[in-house]
Design a protein around this ligand. Structure first.
Ligand code: EPU
Length: 338
């Protein structure tokens, strides 16, 4: 199925709920539709292009003066199996959380801690979604799609994806140049549960026997307590990344701010909690007009109804500046500003 529209409303295609339009919008459900479409609409290849999944990690600052490509390819299938693992291929248009539900129902481990993350399967490897000690990059074996320059089918192995914290080559070099059509995951038949993050173990145990369903239920419970439901309050999850600084600098901060959470990573670098920095800079729960910082998690900005993208962006700039003044730490946006 191909759907092509002009002057198309993106209101339902961004979880922030920003009211914007796209000059052109193209949605397709079969991998080969993309070739057919560009063969018969050659001039559109010269338009500015943005690939949009579920719109859960994007902030539109203005109407989009170009072509939005929305891969909506369905399907989940087992492609290979051995004694330990099952390889599952999922279409880019599958809802991420429904894929997690599928894995848990099949008793396959590897993505259960990523329950309830909004968005579609195709977007998951792009920003290497992660939560509660799991990252999707650890279970992705292949990302399939089209190279827009050559219009040829191609694949990225996990190594070629260069997964990092909320990052991959698909988000940097190949951003809007490679259209993901499906992702192959290697899931575990005998998973090692990841229970060492916050209240995960405690909440999962409260469900009875610890298994994938109990962990999924625990994660859903935790997320619902801390994160706003985009259907009720527009948002795009964490607006900023947790910043990484030199360990020496983190130690200086620790002398000044005793309770600052620090997570040493590698190469003398330390990760800080952006939510903590924003909260201590006085922003948690603060509302300015139609935009605000969520009252239960300072890393999340929310749209109280009629916020524009620019208002939200300007508000985030203020937060960045204030955190920099107080801590000397530069926050980086996790959300894509378009
Ligand atoms: N914190 C505060 N105040 C806040 C929020 C957090 O002091 O308002 C402190 C917490 O007390 C804790 C630390 O900051 O000491 C970390 O907080 P939390 O465990 O809630 O996680 P996070 O670092 O704020 C990250 C991800 C989330 C993910 C959670 C759980 C990023 C940018 N965010 O948040 O991902 O769900 O860990 O794993 O890495 C997302 O990417 O959209 C997202 C929600």
């Amino acid at each position: 199925m191909i759907r092509f529209s002009e002057n198309y409303s993106l209101n339902k295609h961004n979880t922030f709920g920003i009211k914007v339009k796209a000059k052109y919008f193209f949605e397709f459900t079969e991998p080969d539709d993309l070739l057919l479409f560009f063969n018969s609409n050659k001039s559109l290849k010269n338009e500015k292009i943005w690939v949009l999944g579920g719109g859960s990690n994007v902030l539109f600052l203005n109407d989009f003066d170009g072509l939005i490509i929305h891969p909506n390819i369905p399907g989940i299938q087992i492609v290979k199996e051995d004694r330990q693992n099952i390889w599952v291929e999922a279409g880019a248009g599958e809802v991420w959380d429904e894929f997690v539900q599928y894995a848990v129902d099949c008793q396959l481990g590897g993505v259960e801690n990523l329950s309830l993350i909004p968005g579609l399967v195709g977007a998951a490897p792009v920003q290497n979604i992660g939560a509660y000690g799991q990252e999707v990059g650890n279970v992705v074996v292949k990302v399939k799609g089209f190279d827009l320059d050559t219009m040829l089918k191609c694949e990225f192995s996990a190594v070629q994806c260069e997964f990092g914290y909320r990052n991959s080559i698909l988000k940097s070099t190949f951003k809007n140049k490679f259209i993901i059509t499906s992702v192959v995951f290697k899931l575990e038949k005998f998973p090692e549960y990841v229970l060492n993050y916050g209240q995960v173990a405690e909440k999962a145990r409260a469900k009875g026997e610890i298994n994938l369903s109990a962990i999924r239920a625990a994660i859903i419970e935790i997320r619902k307590l801390k994160l706003p439901d985009a259907k009720e309050l527009g948002n795009a999850g964490s607006f900023f990344k947790n910043p990484e600084v030199d360990t020496e600098f983190a130690e200086q901060l620790k002398l000044q701010f005793e309770n600052i959470p620090v997570y040493p990573v590698k190469n003398n670098r330390t990760k800080l909690a952006a939510g903590w920095l924003i909260e201590k800079a006085g922003w948690k729960g603060v509302r300015e007009g139609n935009v605000g910082v969520y009252e239960k998690q300072a890393l999340v900005l929310v749209n109280y109804g009629n916020a524009t993208g620019q208002q939200t962006y300007d508000f985030s700039e203020k937060i960045k500046l204030s955190v920099f003044k107080k801590f000397g730490v530069e926050l980086e946006r996790e959300v894509n500003c378009v």
